[in-house]
Design a protein around this ligand. Structure first.
Ligand code: URA
Length: 238
C-alpha cells in the first residue's frame, strides 16, 4: 500500500495532511525516513511518526460487550452504532460486526476485518453455537424445553434443535445453532412468551469474559483468534 494511503487508513490525517507530514521527513519506514508519499509499503509496515512506533496492523479481531441502545451496524446515518465504541482506526481498516445483535440486546459481539471469516461464521451450514440469557414475561416450562429441542416451525423456517435450560421461572439460557433475524425473540413468542431482556454470553468458541464490562472491548488473544478461525475452518489471519 502507498505510504500516504496507509497513514490515512490508520487515521493519522487526511490525504493532504499525511502527505505534508511525509514530505517533512517525520515518517520512517523500516527505520529510514521516507519523504515520498507514494512509497510502496508492505503490510503490516514498520512505521514511525515523529519517533513513535505506529500500530500498523490492518487485520484485527475484537470482542465487544455490547450495551443496549446501539445498532449493530458498520455505520448508520441517524443512530449511534457499536462502531462508536471503538477508536476510528477500526472502522478505517474495515473492522465489521460479525452478525447482529438487536438494539436492545446486550452481550458478546465479535468484530473482524476479515470479510471471509465474517461470511463463513454466519453461513447457516457452519452451525456456530450462540448462547443467550433470556428474561421472559411468563412462566417457563419443561414442555417448552422439549419443544425447543425438537425444533420450532416459525413459518418461514424450522429451527434446529436448541437447548433451553430453565434457570429461574422467568430466566432461561438458550443455545441456538443458527442466527436468523430476531430468532430468539421469535422462538419465545412461538411458545407464548415475550423476551423482556436478552444477553448473549457466548458466540462459537468465545465466551464473554466476566472482567469485560458493558461498553468495553478488547482484541482477541492469539488463542481466541485461532479458535474462531478453527470454527470457520480457515487458516488464521493474525
Ligand atoms: N435473537 C434475537 O431475537 N435478538 C438478538 O439480538 C439475537 C438473537
Amino acid at each position: 500500500m502507498r505510504l500516504d494511503r496507509y497513514l490515512v487508513t490508520l487515521g493519522i490525517g487526511s490525504r493532504t495532511e499525511v502527505q505534508k507530514l511525509i514530505r517533512s521527513g517525520v515518517v520512517t519506514v523500516d527505520g529510514n525516513p521516507v519523504r515520498d508519499p507514494g512509497f510502496a509499503c508492505r503490510e503490516p509496515a514498520d512505521l514511525t511518526l515523529r519517533g513513535e512506533t505506529l500500530d500498523t496492523r490492518l487485520m484485527r479481531h475484537v470482542m465487544l460487550h455490547k450495551p443496549a441502545g446501539l445498532l449493530t451496524a458498520a455505520r448508520d446515518k441517524k443512530q449511534p452504532t457499536v462502531m462508536d465504541l471503538l477508536p476510528p482506526v477500526y472502522a478505517a481498516i474495515g473492522c465489521m460486526p460479525v452478525g447482529r445483535l438487536d438494539k436492545d440486546t446486550t452481550g458478546l459481539l465479535l468484530l473482524s476485518c476479515d470479510g471471509e471469516l465474517n461470511h463463513r461464521l454466519l453461513a447457516p451450514q457452519r452451525h456456530v453455537d450462540k448462547t443467550y440469557l433470556a428474561h421472559v414475561d411468563g412462566e417457563l416450562t419443561p414442555a417448552m424445553a422439549d419443544a425447543f429441542a425438537a425444533g420450532l416451525d416459525l413459518g418461514d423456517f424450522v429451527t434446529q434443535g436448541a437447548a433451553l435450560t430453565i434457570l429461574e421461572p422467568h430466566l432461561a439460557q438458550l443455545t441456538i445453532h443458527e442466527g436468523k433475524f430476531h430468532q430468539v425473540k421469535r422462538m419465545f413468542e412461538h411458545v407464548g412468551l415475550t423476551v423482556t431482556a436478552l444477553h448473549r454470553s457466548s458466540f462459537g468458541p468465545l465466551t464473554l469474559p466476566e472482567d469485560l464490562p458493558e461498553g468495553q472491548w478488547r482484541e482477541l488473544t492469539a488463542e481466541e483468534t485461532a479458535a474462531v478461525y478453527q470454527s470457520a475452518q480457515m487458516e488464521a489471519k493474525l
